[in-house]
Design a protein around this ligand. Structure first.
Ligand code: ATP
Length: 233
């Protein structure tokens, strides 16, 4: 579904992604793990068109998306749920969700609302509430719900568990798995490598802008190298 080959991304003189290649097949959950500054968010921003690579290629469902606009990429079904629960604080839950659907014309809005509210019953209860007054976990759910309103074929999730209480972290991971089982392919960036490797099919480990390890998520979770460096045991 997604094939990235040999991309280089720079911030001025900083070489943030170096000859990076990854692939994601339809139906998978693939996770990117790595220390702070490894380039995980940079990769997601490049896939969604916010940053342009120098060289290399990015193909999504058989078509090059490197030179497409952010809006065109969203329309193709590649949707980015960015780090840090960026909800529109002064708008209601419902208005935030509606914005997530503005670029997609397939199907009915009512049906999409229904689906999202079934996945996140808490958002249904609070649909008239101002998004800025939601708890951190609720805002994270709203950010994911808004991304889902765009009917992603591939959902990019950047640190969905960041700053959440342990019980909510469990909920968020369960929801990601559910969303995947309902047919959405997921590329997940996580600091919480332990949880991410549990739900992912495959994983890539990034270090200073390069892929240093890749493989089956379970195998990586069991490897001594990963356990010592990323799982803390
Ligand atoms: P974290 O887990 O801390 O979010 P990350 O793996 O997502 O880290 P990135 O945010 O992709 O890492 O950053 C990769 C590198 O690029 C880092 O060295 C970072 O300092 C640098 N970088 C990121 N954004 C910018 C920017 N706007 N300008 C300059 N350098 C940047």
């Amino acid at each position: 579904m997604l094939t990235v080959q040999g991309i280089n991304v720079y911030y001025g003189a900083i070489h943030a992604l170096k000859e990076l290649s990854i692939r994601v097949s339809e139906g998978e959950i693939v996770t990117l793990i790595g220390a702070n500054g490894a380039g995980k968010s940079t990769l997601l921003k490049t896939l969604s068109g916010l940053l342009k690579p120098r060289g290399g290629s990015i193909e999504f469902i058989g078509r090059s998306i490197v030179s497409q606009s952010v809006q065109a990429i969203v329309k193709e079904g590649l949707i980015h749920c960015p780090e840090g629960r960026r909800v529109f604080a002064n708008m209601s839950v419902e208005e935030n969700l509606e914005l997530g659907a503005y670029l997609q014309s397939a199907g009915s809005l009512a049906e999409d609302f229904h689906k999202i509210y079934d996945t996140f019953p808490r958002l249904r209860e609070r649909r008239k509430q101002q998004a800025g007054t939601l708890s951190g976990g609720e805002q994270q759910m709203l950010a994911i719900g808004r991304a889902l309103m765009g009917r992603p074929k591939l959902l990019l999730l950047d640190e969905p568990s960041m700053g959440l209480a342990p019980l909510l972290v469990q909920d968020i991971f369960a929801i990601i798995r559910e969303v995947n089982q309902a047919g959405t392919t997921v590329l997940l960036v996580e600091q919480n490598a332990h949880q991410a490797l549990k739900i992912a099919h495959r994983a890539y480990v990034l270090e200073t802008g390069r892929v240093v390890l890749e493989g089956d998520a379970q195998e990586l979770a069991d490897s001594d190298e990963i356990r010592t460096a990323y799982l803390g045991h």
